[in-house]
Design a protein around this ligand. Structure first.
Ligand SMILES: Cc1cc2nc3c(=O)[nH]c(=O)nc-3n(C[C@H](O)[C@H](O)[C@H](O)COP(=O)(O)OP(=O)(O)OC[C@H]3O[C@@H](n4cnc5c(N)ncnc54)[C@H](O)[C@@H]3O)c2cc1C
Length: 499
């Protein structure tokens, strides 16, 4: 089929969160021809989602951190960078050709440099009943609150690990939502693991203080918080009707149930690596964060020439760190295109970067990073959560493959996540493994009694987001210059070649 690579830019930034916004602002201020692509209708990313159109009262209840996003968006707007909202990226290859879907039209654009700032996603953790309607991610619930002011009508139970369940419970409390309980699933033994890191984390006082404030406010608001939960199950026939939880410790085995038609879960966040994997970027296992992340240098450069990765996509570091890495990658992009010299790029401790950062931003970012090791230790997931115990638990929701089937496949000799994928088709459904890849890797590793870091994560092929055959067939056709579109044996692959 003949197609046209519709447009070429000096720099394409994928994602309009803090990382992408700061990268684009810095690059555009240096005179680069920049476009920012994001599937959301407005800029802000996860943390500042809907910041440009959230009514003042809702913005206030989301807290001061949320309102900070307005300044980033303002600077971005003033920079002259081009912005394409409602644009889904379904492919990125090592030649920096980007498959986009906008208003139902698929096309391919090219760039001399690409900065991937596509952020993180909530870690999918399969547990009994997780596929029942009424069970959803706490982050997704927060998105509904931020963008539309939608909250659970009959109250909710929030279960999982990490600061987000506390934050969402606190935001709900302020919004008048009945939070029936917060169930904290990180093991109590994590406290010992985290304790030595506490003194350093206290240097990031804002984080620790906020956590304490949320906990105190929840207690005052009558929200029960239960710690050290080791079992979680959503129960119901066609919809969640109750949450069963309990403790299994030496000498203690207790179960409780709460009636609810809504359960929010959160097990931390992991980088969204589908695009970078598809582009051939190298990924490494991060044991602290218990996930794979793209391997980058201090400028965000990957092993693929011209492709940089910033923000949470390169490892979970939080919003301020995402901003900083975005600015550094923009300087590097400008250097590589001879817009600034190496000396100018290397002066981030000097002029170029400081000009573009608020006075205290670097300090804030360093504080944020100081708290990470403490949070990672405190909220480290035990194997009993990462590896579903119950054989019946569905792991691949798209292809309906259970934990038991995956274990059986390993026993039959499919001893690698990719072999299990080929054999069972798990990871080949519409989500392309986003929901099951981590769990499959953990199950395979546990079954083989090897560390998960020894395995190669699922190989990823475009389209990384669902694309209809009609959209693919209508891929924009140009009048000048022929390009080739190919379907490879390993899956659908879009690529352009120079005429
Ligand atoms: C669900 C969730 C909720 C969170 N809530 C909070 C919070 O309340 N407070 C807090 O401090 N931190 C929160 N975090 C963490 C915080 O969002 C990040 O630390 C920070 O936003 C990282 O910024 P970033 O620029 O790297 O990515 P993000 O802010 O995540 O931005 C990435 C952008 O890329 C876009 N994108 C991704 N893939 C594609 C694609 N294929 N096509 C088109 N666009 C794409 C997304 O739409 C998004 O706008 C949350 C994280 C998640 C995942």
């Amino acid at each position: 089929m003949q197609i046209k690579c519709t447009t070429a830019y000096q720099l394409v930034v994928i994602g309009a969160g803090p990382g992408g916004l700061c990268a684009a602002t810095t690059a555009a201020n240096l005179g680069m021809d920049v476009v920012v692509l994001d599937e959301q209708p407005s800029p802000g990313g996860q943390i500042y989602r809907g910041i440009t159109n959230t009514p003042a009262h809702r913005s206030a209840l989301l807290g001061a951190d949320y309102q900070r996003g307005a300044d980033l968006v303002k600077a971005f707007g003033a920079s002259g960078a081009k912005y394409l909202p409602n644009t889904t990226i379904w492919s990125l290859n090592s030649r920096r050709q980007i498959g986009i879907l906008r208003h139902g039209q698929a096309s391919i654009i090219e760039a001399e440099r690409v900065i991937v700032a596509s952020g993180a996603m909530e870690r999918p953790v399969p547990f009994p009943g997780w596929t029942l309607p009424g069970v959803m991610n706490a982050g997704a619930a927060q998105i509904l609150l931020k963008t539309s002011g939608v909250v659970p009508a009959n109250g909710t139970v929030i279960a999982g690990v990490g600061p987000l369940p506390l934050l969402v419970a606190w935001q709900y409390l302020r919004a008048g939502v009945w939070v029936k309980a917060v169930l904290e699933l990180s093991p109590l033994s994590n406290l010992w693991r985290a304790a030595p890191r506490l003194p350093r984390a206290l240097g990031a006082g804002n984080y620790i203080n906020r956590g304490l404030k949320y906990t105190l406010d929840l207690h005052k608001g009558g929200v029960p918080i239960y710690y050290g939960i080791s079992r979680l199950e959503a129960q119901g026939d066609n919809q969640v009707e109750a949450v069963s939880y309990g403790w299994d410790m030496p000498g203690i085995s207790r179960r409780e149930t709460i009636a609810t038609d809504n359960l929010l879960v959160h097990f931390g966040v992991i980088p969204r690596t589908n695009l970078t994997k598809a582009a051939g970027c190298q990924h490494i296992w991060d044991d602290g964060q218990q996930c794979w992340r793209t391997q980058v240098d201090m400028w965000g450069n990957t092993n693929v020439p011209g492709i940089a990765v910033v923000g949470d996509n390169a490892g979970i570091g939080g919003a301020r760190s995402a901003e900083h890495s975005g600015r550094l990658a923009a300087l590097e992009a400008a250097r590589s295109l001879d817009i600034i010299s190496s000396q100018q790029r290397d002066a981030p401790k000097g002029e170029l970067l400081r000009d573009r950062m608020g006075k205290n931003d670097l300090q804030w970012m360093q504080k944020d990073l100081r708290v990470r090791p403490f949070l990672e230790a405190l909220y480290r997931l035990p194997n009993s959560l990462l590896v579903p115990r119950d054989d019946q638990t569905l792991v691949c929701r798209c292809e309906e493959i259970s934990a038991g089937q995956i274990r059986q496949a390993v026993r039959e000799g499919h001893t690698d996540p990719n072999q299990v994928k080929f054999y069972l088709r798990c990871g080949m459904g519409p989500c392309q493994g986003r929901q099951c890849a981590p769990a499959v890797a953990h199950i395979v590793a546990a079954e083989n009694k090897r560390p998960v870091s020894e395995y190669t994560p699922f190989r990823v092929r475009p389209p990384i987001r669902p694309l209809s055959i009609a959209q693919l067939a209508n891929l924009e056709v140009g009048s000048e210059g022929v390009k080739e579109f190919g379907v490879r044996s390993s899956g659908v692959g879009a690529h352009c070649v120079r005429p």
